[in-house]
Design a protein around this ligand. Structure first.
Ligand code: URA
Length: 199
């Protein structure tokens, strides 16, 4: 990939981020502090990214800083990525909702529908080798309603021509604690993804 192409792709991402910032397709755009478009790998050469992690929606820390997974869940995620041999700076990160729902309530159907085109555009731009969905909202985004994390996790799936792994959300890992199934599952699944990427 040439430098020019790299700059073009990074420029396209910045342009998209600016559009997300101005989005008023649902009411969340009126109440959030910052929109959170997502993170590119750093550096980004403009080619397909190896891995895109997709979460649910920004929380309070992400809303304050305008970046995904920078709060408690993010710190756990960084640690587990590191354990799996995956450097957070080398992966792209996004959410199905780009704006924080007040009080971290669950995303509403009309918000998910309004925000859906942004993630479609991000997928088209980044062409990730692998997508990892973190938790129920992101898993439903890719697999549809009725998708069950417990039956999907642990192996790659082909969804609309993309390779997608589904796993637990780090907030579930925090909620259920160090002996809970979500932490063990998330740790194991990120290890499986790292192995898949290294093939
Ligand atoms: N939870 C998410 O789903 N996304 C974030 O960016 C932070 C917390």
């Amino acid at each position: 990939m040439s430098d020019t192409a790299g700059h073009d792709a990074a420029g396209a991402w910045r342009e998209l981020a600016g559009q997300v910032d101005g989005c008023r397709a649902c009411d969340l755009g009126l109440v959030r502090t910052h929109a959170v478009p997502g993170d590119l790998p750093d550096p980004y050469d403009g080619g397909p990214v190896p891995l895109l992690l997709v979460g649910e929606a920004p929380g309070a820390d992400e809303d304050a800083l305008g970046r995904p997974f920078v709060g408690r869940s993010g710190r756990l995620l960084d640690q587990l990525l590191d354990e799996a041999g995956l450097d957070r700076t080398g992966v792209a990160v996004a959410n199905v909702l780009k704006c924080r729902p007040p009080g971290n309530r669950a995303p509403r159907a009309r918000e998910l529908a309004a925000c859906r085109p942004w993630l479609h555009r991000q997928l088209a731009l980044l062409q990730p080798r692998v997508v990892v969905t973190l938790g129920g909202s992101a898993t439903t985004w890719f697999f549809g309603r009725g998708a069950r994390l417990t039956t999907l996790r642990g192996r790659p799936h082909e969804v609309d021509g993309r390779t997608v792994f589904a796993t637990y959300h780090p907030s579930a890992a925090l909620r259920f604690g160090p002996r809970g199934a979500p932490l063990a599952g998330l740790r194991e699944d990120l290890g499986t993804v790292a192995g898949w990427l290294a093939r």
